[in-house]
Design a protein around this ligand. Structure first.
Ligand code: PXG
Length: 462
């Protein structure tokens, strides 16, 4: 019994014990284990506010909100209480077989309140990947019910990330993932709106338009009567915080409208305020038919995903569809839903979306821009609280490093050793701090970034 009252931290193991057990028994996500076992894993044992602490007691500013999810910061008693209270009352029940429960119902109606008017209904899942699997099922079902069963092709983008199940990995545009799985048929990938990664012969606006036009070309190549949907992250996250030029999304929306192609805005990272609007679709002015979400809906305190489904689609599924043979044991898990309700309540009460739009967002963006003066930085970009630095060998003309040098990882390792965690995506460094980041923490983030850019620069020129 004693052990049950303690957290695992209090079981008396040393950091080395954890590392050894981890090495022997734990297979990690997206990890080269041979490489990891040479170094051992960093054990993160607790967190508070906007900081995480490792097992040696090092305090590290969390510039990634965990994995793009701990948006309201750590140590929120309200979220802990919401989960505990719900677990005491009803720890689990399903939403199958004509049952429902208050947390799922309340959350569904709250999501309706914060999303665009075409959304009235939500289907719950356990993660972002599951949410995207659900969308593929719904898209196919919708077009079948519309008597257009030929419309099964979904257009996505290269370097997109939509999750890691077979379906979600196929939907995403990550070549190394494709090479390790079987691919779902009828998914086509077009270019991403990555201006910095282009030859830069067009202005960003021209480039945004040209990239969007590729969607139209692809629809015409496949035949519009075969194209079911287009999916995109408003800002690509895992792909390296690719912020599209302002011309891109309006053109995509126009094309989808013109060809009757459903629009899926993957809001797993951008949902619930990250860009200073409730959803990325609001920021870019699109009106999607589906919005998958996860991560920030609970600030990562418990797993939860879901799909907001437009009236146009939901009406067909409901009126014509009969039973839809799809669902998960944890669709609308009561404790996760209770945490989501408490989390959205915090976001609203503390005005965190507006804070990103009007206050800490503009402040961090302006400070982030100053990093462009560093000799290693070829571009800085940030929208809301989601940004990237492009590390380059030469600034004018732009010359990239050989990817084998692993410059992004070199910099990332220095950052974490100096008390700041950000993510390396190739040679870019990306950040997505909690919405509660203070001004002094923003300053700390910039100062540590500058220092570690210097350390990386010195290491490369040693
Ligand atoms: N869509 C988007 C846009 C995502 O960013 C998923 C779907 C899948 O969600 P789940 O809950 O199934 O993981 C994601 C997840 C990274 C990283 O390294 C990013 C994600 C997941 C893991 C790692 O940046 N995003």
């Amino acid at each position: 019994m004693a052990a049950i009252e303690k957290t695992v931290n209090q079981l008396g193991r040393s950091r080395e014990d954890w590392q050894e057990l981890d090495k022997e028994h734990h297979l990690h996500p997206f990890t080269d284990h041979k490489d990891l076992h040479k170094k051992r894993s960093r054990i993160i044992s607790r967190a508070a506010g906007n900081y995480i602490f490792d097992a040696d007691g090092n305090k590290i500013l969390d510039g990634m909100s965990g994995l793009w999810c701990v948006n309201v910061g750590y140590g929120r008693e309200e979220l802990v209480e919401a989960a505990a209270a719900q677990m005491r009352e009803l720890p689990y029940y399903n939403n199958f077989f004509q049952c429902s429960h208050p947390p799922a119902i309340e959350l569904a109606s709250m999501l309706r309140d914060v999303s665009q008017p075409q959304f009235n209904r939500v289907f719950f899942a356990g993660s972002g990947s599951e949410s995207n699997d659900t969308i593929i099922r719904m898209v196919h079902r919708y077009w079948d019910l519309m008597d257009q069963p030929e419309r099964h092709t979904i257009i996505s983008r290269k370097n997109a990330y939509h999750g890691s199940t077979v379906a979600a990995a196929s939907l995403g545009g990550m070549k190394p993932m494709h090479d390790q799985t079987i691919m779902l048929p009828d998914i086509v990938h077009v270019d991403q709106p990555y201006w910095f990664g282009s030859d830069q012969s067009l202005t960003p606006d021209e480039f945004g338009l040209a990239t969007a036009k590729q969607l139209e070309q692809t629809i015409n190549d496949i035949g519009a009567d075969k194209v079911a949907a287009f999916i995109g992250e408003p800002v690509q996250g895992a792909g390296g915080v690719i912020i599209p030029p302002a011309t891109y999304w309006p053109e995509v929306q126009k094309i989808c409208d013109e060809y009757g192609v459903l629009l899926i805005s993957d809001e797993v990272i951008t949902g619930f305020g990250r860009l200073g609007e409730w959803f990325g679709a609001d920021y870019f002015g699109t009106q999607p038919d589906f919005m998958p979400f996860a991560k920030g809906v609970t600030s990562g305190y418990l797993p939860l995903g879901g799909v907001l489904v437009s009236n146009q689609v939901a009406t067909v599924l409901i009126d014509k569809g009969g039973e839809f043979y799809h669902g998960y044991t944890y669709s609308g898990h009561p404790a996760s839903c209770a945490v989501a309700i408490a989390n959205l309540t915090i976001i609203e009460r503390e005005g965190l979306v507006e804070r990103i739009r009007d206050d800490i967002g503009p402040y961090l963006q302006q400070r982030w821009q100053t990093l462009a003066e560093h000799p290693l930085v070829g571009e800085t970009r940030m929208v809301g609280l989601m940004g990237a630095l492009e590390l380059v060998k030469n600034k004018e003309p732009i010359e990239r490093f050989d990817s084998k040098q692993g410059v992004g990882s070199l910099c990332r390792d220095r950052l974490i050793d100096n008390g700041l965690v950000m993510r390396a995506v190739g040679d870019s460094i990306v950040c997505a701090p909690p919405f509660t980041l203070s001004y002094s923490e923003a300053d700390e983030l910039i100062e540590k970034s500058w220092k570690c850019l210097d350390l990386t620069y010195k290491a490369l020129n040693a």
